[in-house]
Design a protein around this ligand. Structure first.
Ligand SMILES: Nc1ncnc2c1ncn2[C@@H]1O[C@H](COP(=O)(O)OP(=O)(O)OP(=O)(O)O)[C@@H](O)[C@H]1O
Ligand SMILES: CC(=O)N[C@H]1[C@@H]2OC[C@@H](O2)[C@@H](O)[C@@H]1O[C@H](C)C(=O)O
Length: 366
């Protein structure tokens, strides 16, 4: 186990929207954040995205050699450009997530990366939580707790990640530790950018609705939105999590709408799902700090602001980097794993008791 004291860790995340690998350095002792360092982004090419899309839904043992090699290569390319890290937190690429079924599958072998990088690599962050009855996601909440301390928050606030899927963390920053009952409540809100991206790709051959430009030309089909909100997922009490494609059927809900109305409606669904989720918070947060790519979509942000009754803004408002927060989260969580500190608890994943997930692989001789 790592000795106490601060160190620099390097985290990497390849998210559900399949756009690329984010990597970022964090200085931490596994409890407090002491500083943020360099970051980098390595996009997947169109051809790589096609390989990854074809791999979605697959489990270990299936034909994944090409996808695995490309995920590891992309990570090596970006992680190899950093200096000064004592260890690496490697999330991998989620291909499938069935916490109450077959488990969860993040593509990429951390042991191999450790050998290639010559650094200890913490990986497979989600399995231990699932083995103990948890959802295995979201895992960023323990980092959100540290961020709330870092920015000096003194009242409950929420972090909202708008990635392929959305996830919300309600934080009470007056608590001493994240695993303390009542300190955190977290869950996936619903689909966010993934269905918009899928529809844009299918109908326009574009990766996403840049700046919400197409959606802004359309109108939200209220009847479709209502039908979507009738989904059983929204009635489930948190913690709860989603697979990227759990809501695959929602593309079908907008199948008969013109392109602009379809995108507007999918954008409205993402915002409405967050508003539904907010009803589960123990008390209204003072503000919602938005991270992830969805905060770059002004239409989604306007729809969110209209749907929520508290101030909503990007995490940049408090000096954080919303494009790198998840990569930073896995740097921070790697140090927690190395120190044997918990990375999830009943309030964040529904796990039976606080657990320190993750596996540590060291290069030979280390
Ligand atoms: N300027 C923009 N306009 C509209 N949408 C944008 C813009 N920039 C980013 N996005 C959306 O954000 C997505 C990327 O978000 P992000 O990087 O947070 O996802 P991720 O990390 O892959 O997902 P997850 O958090 O679910 O793992 C893009 O695929 C796109 O849909
Ligand atoms: C299984 C999985 O990879 N889930 C992701 C996904 O992307 C967003 C949301 O769904 C969240 O639950 C999680 O990622 C973030 C990093 C998390 O674990 O906090």
């Amino acid at each position: 186990m790592l000795k106490a004291g601060r160190l620099w860790a390097l985290g990497a995340m390849s998210g559900t929207s399949l756009d690329g690998v984010d990597a970022a350095m964090v200085e931490t002792d596994g409890v407090l954040i002491h500083g943020f360092g360099a970051s980098a982004y390595r996009p997947y090419s169109g051809a790589e995205q096609t390989v990854l899309r074809a791999a979605l839904g697959k489990w270990p043992g299936e034909d994944l050699a090409e996808a695995e090699a490309l995920v590891e290569r992309a990570h090596l390319e970006v992680l190899g450009g950093f200096d000064g890290a004592a260890l690496v937190g490697f999330h991998g690429q989620t291909l499938a997530h069935e916490p109450q079924g077959r488990g969860t599958h993040q593509l990429g072998n951390g042991a191999r990366l450790a050998g290639e990088l010559g650094l200890p690599v913490v990986w497979d962050f989600r399995s231990a939580d699932i083995r103990l009855g948890g959802e295995g996601a979201p895992l960023a909440p323990f980092f959100h707790f540290a961020c709330a301390k870092w920015i000096g928050a003194d009242a409950p606030l929420a972090f909202l990640n708008l990635g392929g899927v959305g996830n919300l963390t309600w934080v009470d920053p007056t608590r001493a530790r994240p695993e303390e009952p009542g300190a955190l409540l977290a869950f996936d809100t619903g689909p966010a950018n993934a269905p918009i991206n899928d529809l844009m790709m299918a109908r326009r051959g574009a990766a996403y609705d840049r700046d919400g430009a197409l959606g802004r030309q359309g109108v939200v089909a209220q009847d479709v939105l209502e039908r979507f909100l009738g989904e059983a997922y929204f009635l489930r009490m948190p913690p709860k999590s989603l697979d990227r494609d759990t809501f695959r059927g929602m593309i079908g809900l907008v199948a008969d709408l013109p392109d602009a109305d379809a995108v507007a409606t999918l954008t409205g669904m993402a915002a409405a799902a967050v508003a539904r989720g907010m009803e589960h918070c123990p008390e209204p947060p003072a503000r919602v700090l938005v991270t992830g790519g969805g905060r770059h979509n002004p239409l989604m942000m306007e729809m969110l602001a209209a749907a929520l009754d508290c101030p909503v803004g990007p995490v940049e408002a408090v000096g954080l980097d919303g494009d790198m927060l998840e990569a930073q989260a896995f740097a921070y969580l790697a140090v927690r794993v190395a120190r044997g500190l918990p990375t999830s608890c009943p309030g964040t994943t529904g796990v039976r008791a606080a657990v320190s997930g993750g596996t540590i692989s060291r290069p030979e001789g280390m």
